[in-house]
Design a protein around this ligand. Sequence first.
Ligand SMILES: Cc1ncc(COP(=O)(O)O)c(C=O)c1O
Length: 406
Amino acid sequence: MSVTDPPRLSLKGDFPGLQTVAGDAWHYLDSAATAQKPQAVIDAMTRALGVDYATVHRGVYARSADMTLAYESARRRVAAFVGGKEEELVFTRGATEAINLVAATWGKANINAGDRVLISQLEHHSNIVPWQMLAERKGAKLDICPLTEDGRIDLDAAQAMLTGDHKLVALAHVSNVLGSVLDVQRAARLAHGVGAKLLVDGCQAVPRLPVDVAALGCDFYAFSAHKIYGPTAIGALWARSEILADMPPYQGGGAMIDKVSFERTTYAPPPQRFEAGTPAITEAVAFGAACDYVAEVGLETIHAHETALVAQLRDALVGMNDVTLFGPEDSAGIVSFLIDGIHPHDLGTILDEENVAIRAGHHCAQPLMDHLGVSATARASFGLYSDEADVAALLRGIERTKRIFG
Ligand SMILES: Cc1ncc(COP(=O)(O)O)c(C=O)c1O
């Protein structure tokens, strides 16, 4: 499918959240912040909270054994969704916690004074602050890879910057502001070429592109369920088995131990070693259901669908002579822009009156805003349920906002 082909998915009917309380269409263009949930996910979560509910891993009764099977089956399906194995998949609270887990365990054990970590100018705060905190604690240095003119992570520059002192490269697979897609395979070759590991922040990629961690060649892959049509408060860290096996625990408590005594505690093997306490049971089950739903639609189809919508919106915005567009033409599902003389917050507020929801602000990427020379952008982001009517409603709302601002 070329980018000029029309979008082909028509899935709004699966998503009860895509209506206003009055029953009108709600043009939700903020899926990069969090995605709406299909009925299949809501049903899975409701069942898990209701008739199926019990704890996992500890109960001796049948309901608990069944729930343990459902929880571990979800782990298997989430892992398979990104091309990994169940023993490599740690449930976390989200991508943010997944990245913090790597910093607090692998980072603590492997990054020392004088070592360097390479991140990029476009990272989300979740993939900046944990490394800053670690670097401060350990006396390590943080290097910032610049972007190309059109807003991609400049891997030529990364190649020139990387040295034997670099222990980690941590980059976003898809930018949450620009939609630019990283060549992860090349990033992995570059990182491994100097003996560093590659962590990929896959938050925005997992809902938009087929992801196969084995083929990508990365070492860590972090993502959140709520961006792929699943619930909040759960996400995942995928990591290579041999790396996870060597990582010290993250938090201490129940479920992560092998044997506890006051003299000495030994720990469970991964992934349990990194899941202290009663886990997010119902969320995990619904996370599995979300992966099933997305897998059934197919990520090739979703990517082509969103790419066509991006092309439509970018074409229309380019046609307005008072709009600045950010990011490359082949952005994955995300379009950031500014209209001359209209603050993104004003645009967002007026669009809300038209039942159009966009994001306005720094998108948790303040260093990227500094680089772009702006304090905020307007951002429209698509999901598998988005369609041409959403694009048309946004464009109508933009025209109305311009009339209001004269
Ligand atoms: C690229 C990227 N990384 C990390 C995050 C953090 O995700 P969460 O808040 O679900 O932990 C986000 C969320 O917007 C994101 O877009």
